[in-house]
Design a protein around this ligand. Structure first.
Ligand SMILES: Nc1ncnc2c1ncn2[C@@H]1O[C@H](COP(=O)(O)OP(=O)(O)OP(=O)(O)O)[C@@H](O)[C@H]1O
Length: 352
């Protein structure tokens, strides 16, 4: 008849269906009792999630192993593994999943830029944050996942298209930032009609079929609102952190709160709020006018238990003769300097 040690040994290679780690690694076998005369083995095991279909399968697997090795009857009880064990292995599993998605690049950190409604400057913030991170010496990529309102290539003045190498797409590089946009795959700016499942597939290919190389940060410009894409992003990138963009208008902040709540619900940590179009400052008098209202960013940050990362006034970048990048603020532009501060805060938070 089996001994306690043999039972543990036999169950060591069994894997937890959610953490994909062995019972040995998880120290999952909590108790074994053996009744020699009845050839009965009873086992208590810890798993990540109890009462699931996966648990049923696992049960069959364990009973099978023990019966094959001499047990006549098997009693099996499952309990949940301690939270800290689940957390530790869950985040390792999440990171592994993401790195596979990017073809093995382990150190890339994801930042999703979201907003409640359109037109608040989400794409402008994504592009300028990417540029400022690059100015801080980081290797940065952008996925323009705003499938209906893709505007990143135009904002950065990107004119070429991604090249193809083997089965992979090479992202377009502009000012040292790598870019992939839905806009690259659309003829003549014609509208696209998407069905739900296609969105997820498209997003998936933006990661797995693009040769991103070694990136420190990959920024995602999400479509406004709380639709399918936002959900897909969570599925694909469980460790991504989020920035929420709003204007100071109370309604905008209220709608943005929904996007923020969604981030929290899908367990994405919120890095902070960017309040865009915060005010207009007169060049002649220096007076600030709060044309879109006041306090929206602060209110939103409070509602989401986070901080305002920065307030950006209304102003266009300087016009330049030799470089065309209509939405990129220069390093010495007041808004460029503001973005620099925001990027520094983001780096500090991401590398905490
Ligand atoms: N601080 C600012 N000052 C002046 N213009 C701005 C500012 N921020 C954004 N804009 C302009 O506002 C318009 C909308 O910005 P943007 O496209 O970034 O918004 P969005 O939230 O990404 O919109 P959508 O999701 O609908 O594409 C753009 O024309 C952009 O150039």
């Amino acid at each position: 008849m089996l001994t306690k040690e043999e039972v543990i040994e036999l169950l060591n290679p069994v894997k937890d269906p959610f953490l994909h780690r062995t019972f040995k690694e998880l120290d999952a076998v909590k108790d074994v009792t053996i009744k020699e005369e009845k050839k009965h083995v009873s086992v208590k095991a810890g798993i990540a999630k109890t009462n699931t279909a996966e648990q049923m399968k696992l049960q069959q697997e364990i009973v099978g192993i023990l019966k094959k090795n001499g047990a006549s009857t098997v009693g099996l009880r499952f309990e949940q593994l301690p939270d800290e064990v689940i957390k530790k292995f869950q985040s390792a599993a999440d990171e592994e999943k993401e790195s596979t998605l990017l073809g093995g690049s382990k150190d890339t950190k994801f930042i999703t830029v979201a907003s409640g409604k359109g037109g608040v400057g989400k794409s402008t913030v994504t592009v300028n944050l990417a540029i400022s991170l690059m100015r801080l010496g980081k290797k940065v990529g952008i996925i323009d996942a705003d499938i209906y309102g893709f505007s990143v290539p135009d904002m950065m003045g990107v004119e070429n298209r991604p090249a193809v190498r083997g089965k992979k797409l090479i992202p377009v590089e502009r000012f040292g930032v790598k870019v992939i946009s839905m806009g690259f795959f659309v003829e003549d700016n014609s509208p696209i009609i998407w069905r739900g499942p296609m969105l997820g597939k498209m997003l998936n290919s933006f990661f797995s079929e693009v040769e991103w190389g070694d990136l420190d940060y990959l920024l995602l410009d999400l479509p406004p609102g709380t639709g399918d894409i936002a959900m897909d992003v969570h599925e694909l990138l469980p460790t991504s952190k989020e920035i929420i963009v709003t204007t100071p208008h109370p309604t905008a902040a209220f709608v943005a709160a929904r996007a923020g709540q969604m981030a929290l619900k899908t367990e994405h940590e919120i890095l902070g709020v960017v309040e865009n179009m915060a005010y207009f400052q007169s060049e002649s008098t220096g007076e600030k006018e709060y044309v879109f209202g006041k306090g929206g960013g602060e209110k939103l940050a409070e509602a989401l238990s986070t901080k305002v990362l920065g307030q950006l006034p209304l102003q266009q970048p300087y016009e330049e003769e030799d470089v065309f990048a209509p939405s990129i603020y220069q390093e010495d532009h007041p808004i460029g300097k503001e973005y620099h501060k925001i990027a520094s805060k983001v780096v500090a938070k991401m590398e905490e």
